[in-house]
Design a protein around this ligand. Structure first.
Ligand code: NAP
Length: 282
């Protein structure tokens, strides 16, 4: 039998709080009989370059979260095509002493919605214009959908910059609108704002009337697992999905990169159920 090589992995970010990532990675490893250590390394923004040189470079790979997803880019030797497109990295793999940056958030999003039977086509409404909204907008356009970005008034300049970036990189157009004016029927609504996240679980980024006209709803939030937005969708009989399967899928794709394995939908569903149980017990 081939010897199981232990991989040394980590999540870097700041703050990391009670991250569920170690549990997800250990559960994924158990599905494939992999051996790994997965530590949390809280690194303040100013210390990133020094910590990369002194500790991180001894790891086999690591995940990257806020606030380091773009700041890590200049420290790496090369980027995958998707990481280069977004200018954001959430997974790093050491390949013969060189550090290559990947973005598995996008693959996590695509594989989670596919597994849930939610199609990315027609008219898609995305709320917010931060890092997640940016990735959703690119992926939905690349999948052939029409994209409208709905943002609060104070984000309109930032949203216009994203609109221009998309024009430059994809030669495609997106529509911009104010969150409070959303009323049309969309094939898919994607929430990429933190509105509705614990502890403010009564909040919803859109008016209930607009949500009830949607074909499907995806909320990137995973705590709680049913946000107010998803509750309105469920009560109206509209298919909905929270962000937990995306979180687990992005971890699974990172493990695929680090360990050369491939996860099935059933394996990821088992790990998602474990992570949900853990979140509910907190
Ligand atoms: P981000 O870069 O901070 O962007 C958040 C966006 O939401 C910004 O456009 C922000 O507007 C907007 N926003 C914040 N508060 C708002 C409010 N009260 N009303 C309206 N808009 C508001 O964050 P992110 O990284 O994109 O993450 C967004 C959400 O996705 C978070 O809930 C995060 O947990 C979730 N997420 C989930 C996964 C997953 O795997 N499931 C992965 C990544 C992110 P301004 O630009 O005006 O600040």
């Amino acid at each position: 039998m081939a010897e199981v090589v232990k991989k040394h992995l980590a999540l870097i970010g700041c703050p990391l709080g009670h991250s569920v990532s170690p549990l997800i990675h250990q559960a994924l490893a158990a599905e494939k009989q992999l051996s790994l250590s997965y530590t949390l390394q809280e690194i303040p923004p100013a210390a990133l370059a020094e910590r990369f040189a002194t500790g991180l470079s001894a790891l086999d790979g690591f995940n990257v979260t806020i606030p380091h997803k773009t700041e890590i880019v200049p420290l790496l030797d090369s980027l995958s095509p998707r990481a280069a497109l977004f200018g954001a990295v959430n997974t790093v793999r050491r390949e013969e002493g060189r550090f290559v940056g990947y973005n598995t958030d996008c693959e996590g999003f695509l594989r989670s919605v596919k597994a849930a039977g939610i199609a990315i086509d027609g008219n898609v409404l995305i709320t917010g214009c931060g890092g997640a909204a940016r990735m959703f907008a690119f992926e939905c356009l690349l999948a052939g959908a029409q994209v409208t970005l709905a943002v609060r008034d104070s984000s309109l300049t930032k949203a216009a910059a994203l609109q221009q970036e998309i024009r430059d990189k994809l030669q495609k157009e997106i529509r911009l609108t104010a969150l409070q004016s959303v009323d049309g029927a969309y094939d898919l609504i994607i929430n990429a704002t933190p509105v509705g996240m614990a502890p403010h679980t009564d909040a919803c980024p859109l008016a209930a009337a607009a949500v009830k006209k949607a074909g499907a709803v995806f909320d990137a939030i995973y705590n709680p697992t049913e946000t107010q937005l998803l509750k309105i969708a469920r009560e109206a009989g509209i298919p909905g999905l929270n962000g937990l399967p995306m979180l687990v899928w992005q971890a699974a794709v990172a493990e695929e990169l680090w360990n050369g394995v491939t996860f099935t939908e059933e394996e990821v569903a088992r790990v998602t159920a474990l992570a949900e149980k853990e979140l509910k017990n907190r």
